[in-house]
Design a protein around this ligand. Sequence first.
Ligand code: ZN
Length: 192
Amino acid sequence: MGIDADRLRIVKYPAPVLRAKAGPTPPLSDEVRQVALRMVELMHEADGVGLAAPQVGLSWHLFVAHVPASDDPEDADWRSLQSDPVSATIQPTVYINPVLSAPSRDLEPYEEGCLSLPQINGEVRRPSRITITATDLNGNSFTQRAGGLLARCWQHEMDHLDGVLIIDRMTPLSRLKNRNAVRELEHRAALL
Ligand code: ZN
């Protein structure tokens, strides 16, 4: 196939790849590993906590996340690594062919942004706790349950694999607030 991981960039709405349903990740290879590591790099450069393969133009069931915990014991985030379930990652984590299960029944509102939707932020309601099963870069399957920002991040990134964006999930008021910013992204793309 020959993907040059160094050339991958974050693609912005309304790129069609962001609306496609992603297929399975190809069998684990150096290429898949290089793509995943490049995605971690791009996510960090952009100060994001998650990045899905369609956001770098690849219709693969793969995403990366790094939800850091604060090391300040006074900070609620510091407790996030101790809490059960966890709400942060110890290090950048790669999730290959992830599956979510057992969402909690509540719906928690939170202001979300997206690296593919610059200048757009809006309230999205999601279950506060959820379980993920995925494969890591060594080919090992793992299962983890999370709450807080990590549970939210997983659900946001899984949406990307289904071609779903936060502008589809926002509360009506947030949708209204962001209407002009969304149109501006669409117009800018039309001019390119
Ligand atoms: Zn996103």
